[in-house]
Design a protein around this ligand. Structure first.
Ligand code: ADP
Ligand code: MG
Length: 396
């Protein structure tokens, strides 16, 4: 093989490896260039699988279809297996001695097996075969070895690229979900107003009409209906209050976020829904309106989740107000859940809403949950930054 051919091969492989970032394409191009320029007859690339247990064939070139199925996994006691374990190239100019043990090699006479490495770690093996006896010169060997190294770098790049792509996709999904979340919230409010208020107002209207029409004919009955309408209206008022409260808790303005949380917690206990311990340490201050409502929403969602999903009637909220930092923990010892699974299945609108709010405040939200152990939500916030200054126009 001439020096020119070697340089040509190396540069063709380099180009192949750098043009595209999808690993299978990269590997296939590299293998084709390598074989065709250098006049080999066949090649196989093995790479470590995800669990780092086996070397699995990624690409075959020039291997008869019949033989391919015997070469999918690299046996540890094969030549390639030795290369994988030692990280050193093995050259076999006469494969004849192995035919007995591995009949699939028949048809090939010589083999060079080089490690594919990244940062000195062997992540794969490149085997090149010839059908005629071939004496590999040291320059050939170092050429194939350098191709092995390039494949290593390319596969690493492709992996990084893939991870980047995935995280970009996740971000896009999150954004889409946020918009969706706002839309759902509006839908929920509209539905609630429709179901409770609208229905009873319509009912009220018809009943009142009835009363007006019947007042002379059957005053006693009208009186009874009016009594019913009075109690219905009273319930309506209660419902309106609840809807308004859910939209924006009045206590928040009056008593601050801590007061609103206290009220929230006491509502759970008054209605016999759940007992929530509240633990406060340090000196709470008043924060910007946005910080207060966001913190409140996060606690509200976390408690609501415990009530809905955790299968426990016990929870705790702890708040630590330090000179600069606010730290809030919401804990339960309920059934817990698998966060990654929920995120993957797009079943975490509420949790993502919490995260979005705390991100928006430049804080940090950590959700830790373990099936059968419970859930632990931590919020960290730069309290000083969000302190309410006197006569802050934002808060008027
Ligand atoms: N404290 C908790 N205990 C057990 N499971 C929870 C808890 N919080 C959340 N989950 C689980 O995580 C899922 C996602 O929560 P969330 O995003 O708030 O959605 P939603 O409450 O609308 O179902 C819930 O459906 C539930 O399965
Ligand atoms: Mg929820």
């Amino acid at each position: 093989m001439t020096e020119f051919t070697r340089i040509q091969a190396l540069s063709k492989v380099s180009i192949a490896l750098s043009t595209t970032l999808r690993l299978d394409e990269v590997l296939y191009k590299a293998i084709v260039e390598c074989i065709e320029t250098l006049n080999f007859d066949a090649a196989v690339i093995y790479l470590l699988d995800e669990n780092k247990e086996y070397f699995i064939a990624q690409h075959f070139y020039g291997i008869p279809t019949e033989t391919v199925k015997h070469m999918k996994k690299l046996p540890t006691d094969s030549i390639g297996g030795v290369v994988a374990a030692s990280g050193k190239t093995v050259v076999t100019e006469d494969l004849g001695q192995y035919y007995h043990q591995r009949p699939q090699l028949e048809g090939f006479k010589s083999l060079m097996s080089v490690p594919i490495q990244v940062k000195k770690k062997t992540i794969g093996v490149l085997d090149v075969f010839t059908k005629e006896y071939r004496v590999f010169e040291p320059e050939d060997i170092s050429l194939i070895e350098s191709i092995g190294l390039q494949i290593g770098v390319a596969s690493e790049n492709a992996k990084t690229f893939l991870e980047l792509e995935e995280s970009r996709q996740l971000n896009a999904d999150l954004l889409a979900m946020q918009v969706d979340m706002q839309e759902r919230e509006r839908q929920r409010i509209a539905q609630e107003i429709h179901d409770s208020l609208n229905q009873s107002m319509v009912g009220l209207y018809f009943h009142l009409q009835y009363c007006r029409d019947e007042i002379d004919r059957s005053p006693d009955h009208v009186l009874a209906v009016l009594d019913k309408l009075l109690s219905m209206t009273k319930e309506n008022i209660q419902e309106i209050r609840q809807i308004i409260y859910d939209l924006h808790p009045v206590a928040l303005e009056k008593y601050g976020f801590l007061g609103a949380v206290e009220e929230l917690i006491s509502r759970y206990s008054q209605q016999g829904l759940m007992e929530i311990d509240l633990y406060i340490q340090g000196n709470p201050s008043r924060y910007h309106a946005k910080a207060e409502i966001y913190l409140y929403r996060v606690i509200q969602e976390a408690i609501n989740n415990i009530y809905k999903h955790a299968h426990t009637k016990q929870a705790s909220v702890s708040m630590y107000f330090e000179s600069t930092e606010v730290r809030i923990l919401i804990e339960d010892q309920g059934i817990g859940f698998d966060l990654t699974h929920k995120l993957k299945n797009r079943e975490a609108y509420g949790l993502l809403g919490m995260k979005r709010r705390i991100d928006d405040l430049n804080g940090r939200l950590t959700i830790t949950s373990q099936p059968a152990k419970g859930t632990w939500i931590e919020v960290l916030l730069d309290g000083e930054h969000h302190l309410r200054k006197d006569r802050d126009p934002q808060d008027d």
